[in-house]
Design a protein around this ligand. Sequence first.
Ligand code: SAM
Ligand code: ZN
Length: 290
Amino acid sequence: MSKKENSAKCVSEHISAFKCPLCESEMKVVDLKSLICSNNHTYDFAKQGYINLMTQQSNSHYSKELFESRKNIINDTNLYAEMHRVISNVIKENMDISRNPILIVDLGCGEGSHLQRIIDECESDAITGVGLDIAKEGVVAAAKSYENPIWLVGDLAKSPLADYSLHVILNILSPSNYKEFKRMLVHDGLVIKVVPGSHYLKEVREALYERTEKKDYKNDETISLFKEHFKLIHNINLNYTKILNKEELLNLVRMTPLAWSGDQDRLNAFSNQNSAEITIDLEILVGINK
Ligand SMILES: C[S@@+](CC[C@H](N)C(=O)[O-])C[C@H]1O[C@@H](n2cnc3c(N)ncnc32)[C@H](O)[C@@H]1O
Ligand SMILES: [Zn+2]
């Protein structure tokens, strides 16, 4: 079975979780080639094994190179391994993962490595992963690297997923739309949102910016907005450092939007160090849909 057919088969097994992003009607998979709604809006599966459900094109700043660097950092340095472990434990503790099927959807999945690693660590055949991102380059990279999750190009603010169809929503370092999240989650479903803490990648920010405005950010508002929509059951702070070598530092700079507005000379100086200590500081908000 080709990647395209495999993806179409996987979508057809979970077809009730899909809705047309244009007219919101039900969808069906036709000939393991296309996803078609009751009003005949048609979306074709791509040969790489993803499906584009955008209703209009969007231009993303996120490039193929950025996603490649992100994948290298996530898989080769284990910089985020602790986050994967914590998130999969939260899922195992709060979900009956022997219940069939469990849909875990990563909204703003980028190149897909976080979703794949988290699902692997849950060690359950009952889980199906769905990754959605507005950046096509990210989703193409995800589909090329990882066959099993369903990969979608789509907008999390106008998602092609049906009401009450998801058991877990992951939202890692990406924008949110809580109204949409609530609509899609089953009652008692989990939302796991990861936000940067004030020391997250501080070495990169300190190296790139002279002035301090870009260096600090606070999460109080993010947390109170989250609490308005979900019952907050955990707020886990992950704070640790890891030494990265020269090649890894280059990937780190390339993977982060911080570098877009940073000074090029400073950026070069940073990635020319033989090694440097890098801080991970993340807050993991876990909520239940009530
Ligand atoms: C900082 S990246 C994080 C990606 C990934 N979660 C990770 O941690 O590697 C933010 C992601 O959010 C995606 N994004 C931004 N707006 C979006 C939207 N409206 N719908 C879906 N994805 C969106 C971007 O394309 C990008 O991949
Ligand atoms: Zn339609």
